[in-house]
Design a protein around this ligand. Structure first.
Ligand code: THU
Length: 149
């Protein structure tokens, strides 16, 4: 599948999105896994919403950074989104060692609810390497509810 390249105005926002994701990661609450994730969601308004993972001692209530960013943006009234940046790495290791941090399956499904198939995700390997992937590449054949009505 061929995707349109990111438009210039969006390309220009990437440094800020990366910085916001890295800074958001600092807020992660991850005492159990010690794996800290930061996300930065650019909404169509132009505002950037940070997110981080919030773990829980009961484990299953844990929230991923991608979804806390989405919840914050939604609650601020945002309904359309332009790009999500994600970074993650172990708490005790320097950014130079972090691998690409791909969103988990639950987050992929969550974004599929609110974003189009060509929605771009900026996946970061610490502060040194990035790749852009589209939602549909991460979650082909997404479930879409067609019951009810
Ligand atoms: N985590 C995220 O925040 N986002 C992902 O996409 C992958 C996993 C968090 C959940 C948990 O707090 C920690 O990373 C280790 O799995």
């Amino acid at each position: 599948m061929e995707y349109k390249p990111l438009p210039d105005w969006l390309q220009k926002r990437l440094p800020e999105l990366k910085q916001t994701a890295l800074a958001a990661r600092e807020n992660a609450y991850a005492p159990y896994s010690r794996f800290m994730v930061g996300a930065a969601l650019l909404a169509e308004s132009g505002k950037i919403y940070p997110g981080c993972n919030l773990e829980n001692g009961a484990f299953s209530p844990s929230l991923c950074g991608e979804r806390t960013a989405l919840a914050a943006a939604w609650m601020a009234g945002e309904r359309h989104f332009s790009l999500l940046a994600i970074v993650g790495g172990p708490q005790d290791q320097p950014a130079e060692t972090w691998e690409f941090c791909y969103p988990c399956g639950v987050c992929r499904q969550t974004y599929a609810e609110f974003c189009p198939p060509d929605f771009p995700l900026l996946i970061m390997a610490g502060n040194r390497e990035t790749k852009i992937l589209r939602l549909e590449e991460l979650l082909p054949w997404a479930f879409a509810f067609s019951g009810g009505k």
